[in-house]
Design a protein around this ligand. Structure first.
Ligand SMILES: Cc1ncc(C[n+]2csc(CCOP(=O)(O)OP(=O)(O)O)c2C)c(N)n1
Length: 330
């Protein structure tokens, strides 16, 4: 092999390890969250992203530090891939003062200005106008940054989606709208709520270009995201990517899942984004069984450390509870 081919091969292997490390981190972190939730160390709501990992991992890959990210309440994976430490995210889940949002937000409100990760939004569609505002600021300041906004297909039948797309198109704002279409908004199947079931078609009314991608295939998602981010950054206008995906778990920890067939869930589980990626990469010789084992071991250690950190972290003192709530005396 020529030196250039050898270097390209090494880069491909390193990239595959990085992608798998992200996929596995998100999966194992959330599996542990479910356990901690059952042990009542995590309270409130908990919405797991298990099954959908390829969307966040693929989409966030081309982003730079100057770019903005905003997501829904199903955002643990996005936060981790964006670079928030598992310890600061787990501490937030535990409601501890060392959490990324000071323990004030919990699972649905992960936030880090340092990482330009603007939530964690509990209100369906609530992140979309914020994304437009972030992109407007970048356009006015001419930063060259891109804003990536993740939302579920449930948001598409809300007014905010249409207002956000309209303004982003009208003002030519650099926003990548990523619809994580998992087919259900809580217990409502897409076909029961959407007159037009193809989300991507909605963007045409605003002159926004779109693409549909298999959200279970991290390679396809990353390739689409790289193309789209490059265009949005260069052309400074919005784009919508519809990623077709599936959540393997319930909507939240309170959902008995009476609205969908077990056979349907089992069929999607066969398309697990991690198992299929490992199979493809090992068949191609890009990853080895040793790589996979090493990544699993490293992730397991990081998740254990995150839980230990969260357990040991302090609670916010009661005396500080009105901070950020009422104005403080000058
Ligand atoms: C404005 C608003 N309406 C209703 C709710 C209650 N709610 C929480 S999650 C959800 C379903 C949203 O589904 P989708 O956008 O497809 O995202 P997914 O949960 O599937 O990731 C609803 C209706 C809410 N949080 N905000």
């Amino acid at each position: 092999m020529s030196p250039a081919a050898t270097a390209a091969d090494a880069a491909a292997r390193a990239h595959a390890r990085q992608v798998l490390a992200h996929l596995v981190l998100v999966r194992r972190f959330e599996e542990r969250c479910a356990i901690e939730y059952q042990a009542t160390r995590i309270r409130g709501f908990l919405h797991l992203y298990i099954g959908e990992e390829a969307v966040a991992v693929g989409c966030l890959a081309p982003l730079e530090g100057r770019d903005n990210v905003i997501a829904t309440y199903r955002e643990h994976g996005h936060a981790l891939v964006r670079g928030l430490s598992p310890a600061s995210v787990m501490a937030e889940m535990f409601g501890k003062a060392s959490g990324c949002s000071g323990g004030r937000g919990g699972s649905m409100h992960l936030f880090s200005a340092q990482h330009r990760f603007y939530g964690g939004q509990a209100i369906v569609g609530g992140g979309l106008p914020v994304a437009v505002g972030l992109a407007l600021a970048d356009r006015m300041r001419d930063t060259g940054a891109v804003t990536m906004a993740f939302f579920g297909e449930g948001a598409v039948v809300e007014g905010e989606f249409h207002e956000a797309l309209n303004l982003a198109a009208l003002w030519e704002l650099p926003v990548v709208f990523v619809c994580e279409n998992n087919g259900y908004a809580m217990g409502t199947a897409l076909g029961r709520a959407h007159a037009q079931p193809d989300v991507w078609r909605r963007a045409a009314g605003y002159g926004v270009e779109t693409e549909v991608v298999d959200g279970m295939d991290v390679i396809a998602v990353e390739a689409a995201a790289r193309r789209i981010v490059e265009r949005v950054r260069a052309e400074r206008r919005p784009y919508l990517l519809e990623a077709r995906t599936y959540r393997f778990r319930a909507h939240s920890m309170f959902d008995p899942e009476l609205y969908r067939d077990k056979a349907e869930v089992a069929a999607w589980r066969e398309r697990c984004p991690i198992a299929t990626y490992v199979a493809r990469m090992t068949a191609a010789g890009t990853l080895t069984a040793d790589d996979v084992a090493a990544i699993e071991a490293a992730v397991a250690a990081r998740v254990d450390e995150a839980v230990a950190f969260a357990e040991a972290a302090p609670w916010e003192p009661v005396a500080a509870l009105t901070r950020h709530v009422t104005a403080e005396a000058p």
